[in-house]
Design a protein around this ligand. Structure first.
Ligand SMILES: [Zn+2]
Length: 144
């Protein structure tokens, strides 16, 4: 099985975010405190590693690429953060809720295939998100 690789979506960066077994992100909580958050590369696995008490339930975390420092929040819909994913031959944008405890992930592939993961996906409308998803620069940056 090919390894799922995740990348910063920001232009001029596209750093690999999971060189090891976890996705490594920089985070800022609502009090302005910064820290590291580790996510599972398995889409739909919501195990999160972070400093104890870093986030309260339902707190909205700000997420950043640890390499370029740019925000990973979706500009037009800041309920979500996003990263790029390459899995074998396929490439996708992965959107995930940035609310602690809200388990919702959407994977929109360049092929047009859209998948939803997590128990909270039904309460989130992503029609606009899907419509504004851009794959610009992805093919050149991630290769085939
Ligand atoms: Zn970056």
């Amino acid at each position: 099985m090919p390894k799922r690789k995740f990348f910063c979506p920001n232009r001029g960066c596209h750093a690999n975010l999971n060189p090891g077994t976890k996705i490594v992100l920089k985070a800022r909580n609502e009090n302005g405190k910064e820290g590291i958050i580790l996510l599972s590369p398995q889409v739909g696995n919501y195990t999160v590693f972070m400093e104890e008490d870093f986030l309260c339930d339902e707190e909205r975390v700000r997420l950043f690429c640890p390499v370029c420092g740019e925000s990973l929040l979706v500009v037009d819909d800041d309920r979500f953060a996003h990263v790029w994913m390459r899995y074998g031959e396929s490439q996708a944008v992965v959107y995930f809720s940035r609310v602690k405890g809200e388990h919702a992930t959407f994977v929109i592939a360049t092929s047009g295939d859209t998948r939803a993961f997590g128990p909270d996906v039904d309460s989130l409308d992503i029609e606009d998100l899907a419509a504004t998803t851009s794959f610009k620069g992805m093919k050149n940056s991630l290769g085939a």
